[in-house]
Ligand binder design. Structure first.
Ligand code: NDP
Ligand code: GDR
Length: 346
């Protein structure tokens, strides 16, 4: 049987790297796209050891370009397309709403149009997000929960989500939308809160940093492990019908809880004191403040509480999150201790 061919947009990102590894293990030929820049960084696929895999082809591509999207579909002759590329940082989307709309929103339509023009039988996965629930209308959030995005990023993703549904209904394209709740790993970008916490706590432990400054400690997230979630993406394209699926752990914790977990994993005792902007965590051994609030990291509008109901994915895809938050956090702290000790951290 001929090898299946998959395109992954955004292979330089966290999920792109893990999904590429998974698909290569499953015997796919993988076309992973990266953006031209003055210094492209492949540290994630290098860390996974797949950068020289004979079935991995790296393709220069920009999601905002329709002609590039058409060419990508023509040259790769893909069976499956996973659209993971995005301006994915919520915080930045408030300052760059137009760029975020162009990449994260319209970008998905470039791919959908390319599929419609070149080969409507291609199966398409859109990386949708729990940020579309935003100001949540019910708890836990499922495929039935009404959307209320709270950031330019969330709004752009909601547009891409509905366009995926619309191409499914209008042109019979296998367009599936995975509404994924936060998922993290040692390959997470350092601007996101979990990795910012594990990286800084590791540097504090090694004497290479003094202070971790954070925004809203009360925000609650449903955090899972990225490796578990890319398996769910793949499963979504293997079933008979396209659809919309939530992937989540069904557990929610605060940013404060994650800080405490990371300190425990690094064997640092802490005590919390103060409230609101004056809240701090003190290292019980040294008496020094190691965590404090900096309102610079607050967002103009916040998503307060996310907790997902992944029952549909469990029942129809046989998918569930396997990794506990404690194990995930310990894995991230361990990786950051190792990388910071070696001076090789990205
Ligand atoms: P990352 O930010 O780590 O990766 C995003 C990828 O998109 C990078 O490879 C980036 O390339 C690429 N990209 C950005 N702009 C363009 C463009 N114009 N053309 C082509 N490629 C581009 O995100 P994650 O891996 O964490 O997430 C993957 C997807 O899933 C994203 O769409 C995200 O919004 C979504 N998502 C993520 C969740 C999570 O918790 N991680 C949860 C729900 C959804 P470069 O390296 O050049 O910047
Ligand atoms: P999120 O992730 O916005 O949920 O989007 P992020 O880790 O950036 O924020 C989570 C929560 O932590 C609060 N927070 C801070 N966040 C950051 N980045 N830095 C801080 O210093 C800080 N202090 C507190 C935030 O206010 C927020 O409430 C991620 C991205 O991967 C999206 O692409 C994806 O769609 C969603 O997850 C699901």
């Amino acid at each position: 049987m001929a090898k299946k061919k998959a395109v992954i947009t955004g292979i330089t990102g966290q999920d792109g790297a893990y999904l590429a590894q998974l698909l290569l293990e499953k015997g796919y030929r993988v076309y992973g796209t990266f953006r031209r820049s003055s210094s492209v960084n492949f540290w994630r696929i290098e860390e996974l050891g797949i950068q020289d895999h004979p079935e991995l082809k790296l393709v220069e591509y920009d999601l905002t370009d329709l002609s590039d999207s058409i060419r990508l579909m023509q040259t790769t002759e893909a069976d499956e397309v996973y659209n993971l590329a995005a301006q994915s940082f919520v915080g930045v989307s408030f300052n760059q709403p137009v760029t975020t709309a162009n990449i994260t929103g319209l970008g998905a339509v470039n791919l959908l149009e390319a599929i419609r023009i070149v080969n409507p039988r291609i199966r398409f996965y859109q990386a949708s997000t729990s940020e579309m629930f935003g100001k949540v209308q019910s708890i836990p959030q499922s495929e039935q929960t009404p959307f209320y995005p709270r950031s330019p990023y969330g709004v752009a993703k909601l547009y891409a989500h509905w366009m995926t549904v619309n191409y499914r209904e209008s042109y019979d394209i296998f367009g599936t939308s995975g509404i994924l709740f936060n998922h993290e790993s040692p390959l997470r970008g350092r601007e996101f809160v979990t990795r910012k916490i594990t990286d800084t706590i590791a540097r504090i432990k090694l004497g290479k940093a003094d202070l971790l400054e954070l925004g809203n400690l009360d925000a609650r997230r449903d955090w899972g492990y990225a490796r578990d979630y890319v398996e769910g993406m793949w499963r979504m394209l293997q079933v008979d019908e396209p659809g919309t699926y939530v992937l989540a752990t069904n557990r929610t914790e605060t940013v404060r809880d994650f800080v405490a977990m990371a300190c425990k994993a690094a064997d640092i005792g802490i005590e919390w004191r103060g409230e609101g902007e004056a809240e701090q965590a003190v290292d019980t051994a040294s008496g020094k403040v190691i965590v404090q609030v900096n309102p610079e990291f607050y967002r103009p509008a916040e998503v307060d509480l996310l907790i997902g109901d992944p029952s549909l994915a469990r029942d129809e895809l046989g998918w569930e999150a396997k990794t506990s938050l404690e194990d995930l956090c310990a894995m991230m702290v361990e990786a950051d201790l190792r990388r910071n000790a070696q001076g090789t951290s990205f």
